[in-house]
Design a protein around this ligand. Structure first.
Ligand SMILES: Cc1ncc(C[n+]2csc(CCOP(=O)(O)OP(=O)(O)O)c2C)c(N)n1
Ligand SMILES: [Mg+2]
Length: 359
């Protein structure tokens, strides 16, 4: 059987169904630079995320947070770098590993902490908990507990942005495990066919619960997963916030210019277990330790700040102290808040025993 020469071999320019040019080559990281303010901002934000989640882990251990709790520790550069490229009106949504995404959206730590501890002042009224937070005002569309369920919804948000003739983008985060789900490929197909401004971000932290990516995926280069839909993809060092920002900026520009969707594979790593109840016996302590020592996203920015004399060790200690105080205030706020009243059980639900109970 003779194969037809591919477009790449013939040099012919491939186009999408809609006639838009299809860019296929992975983009190369250029020299990464940032201003002193940008670096300091990334450092502060990622440290806030880490300290917030360390505290959430402690509270969970003390029984003050119920239900599930999935920590993002180690992956902070991904959401921090991407969010820095977004503007008002852009939307994001993600899985259950969502606390840092909310902080990146500017949601106050005390409202997230109150939600985690099931208090009425929480961002979802104390009824959502760790996995089901939501704030349209902040462009944050959840918080989704069903693996990959957020992907078609985020594609729909992309449709809304285009339909309303804005140049806003929809950023859809999902995991390496989720990337094997069928609904993602239906979303890819529609997103490309209709030229929707969707940035699909695969947070490849190498594990789906206790299953290593190699055991579950026939194609582990996840940035290639959009190829058969003609969606360009790029693999990114997701532990380096500047590499993330640079790739995200290109992706945002691509979508705002009306080129349709794009896919970013963020290579990252979670230090903690899948959730608080996971002893993580499927990987060695050495593997985790090596990632922490060689690739930690916060430490990488710290080294840049020190090398460029932007901050001293003492400045960093003072910043850390301030962040810990903010988190302590958030915990105090949450603990002093009442739980939702019992009538709240019947609000925001689609099904109720009688009409009366809905009001
Ligand atoms: C449809 C569905 N199937 C299974 C589960 C159980 N489950 C929860 S998280 C998870 C693994 C997902 O891994 P990944 O997408 O890599 O995200 P990560 O947890 O690494 O961020 C599974 C199988 C679920 N919540 N929903
Ligand atoms: Mg994963």
């Amino acid at each position: 059987m003779t194969r037809k020469p591919t477009a790449a071999k013939t040099g012919a320019k491939r186009v999408t169904r809609s006639g838009r040019p299809a860019r296929r080559k992975p983009l190369k990281a250029r020299q990464l630079t940032a201003t002193a303010d940008e670096l300091t901002g990334f450092y502060r934000q990622m440290l806030l995320m880490r300290r917030f989640e360390e505290k959430a882990g402690q509270l969970y251990g003390m029984g003050l947070i119920g239900g599930f709790c999935h920590l993002y520790i180690g992956q902070e550069a991904v959401v921090s770098g991407i969010q820095s490229t977004l503007k008002d009106g852009d939307t994001i949504l993600t899985s259950y590993r969502d606390h840092a995404h909310m902080l990146a959206c500017g949601i106050k730590p005390e409202l997230i902490m109150a939600e985690l501890t099931g208090r009425a002042a929480g961002i979802s009224g104390g009824k959502g908990g760790s996995m089901h937070m939501f704030s349209v005002d902040h462009g944050f569309y959840g918080g989704h507990g069903i693996v990959a369920a957020q992907v078609p919804i985020g594609t729909g948000l992309g449709f809304a942005h285009k339909y309303r003739e804005t140049d806003n983008v929809s950023v859809v985060y999902f995991g390496d495990g989720a990337s094997n789900q069928g609904q993602i490929y239906e979303s890819f197909n529609m997103a490309e066919l209709w030229g929707l401004p969707v940035i699909f971000v695969i947070e490849n932290n190498k594990y789906a619960m206790g299953t290593a990516i190699k055991r579950a995926s026939s194609e582990v280069e996840l940035h290639r997963r959009g190829e058969s839909f003609r969606i360009p993809g790029e693999a990114v060092d997701g532990m380096d916030v500047l590499a993330v920002r640079e790739a995200a900026q290109r992706a945002v520009d691509w979508c705002r210019a009306g080129n349709g969707p794009i896919l970013l594979e963020m290579n990252t790593y979670r230090y903690r277990g899948h959730s608080m109840s996971d002893p993580a016996k499927y990987r060695s302590k050495e593997e985790v330790q090596k990632m922490r020592a060689d690739h930690d996203p916060i430490d990488q920015v710290k080294q840049r700040l020190l090398a460029d004399n932007i901050m001293s060790e003492d400045d960093m200690k003072a910043m850390d102290k301030g962040i810990k105080a903010t988190i302590a205030d958030a915990v105090k706020f949450a603990q002093e808040c009442p739980e939702p009243d019992s009538a709240a059980l019947y609000r925001d639900v689609l099904v109720a025993a009688s009409r009366k109970e809905i009001t």
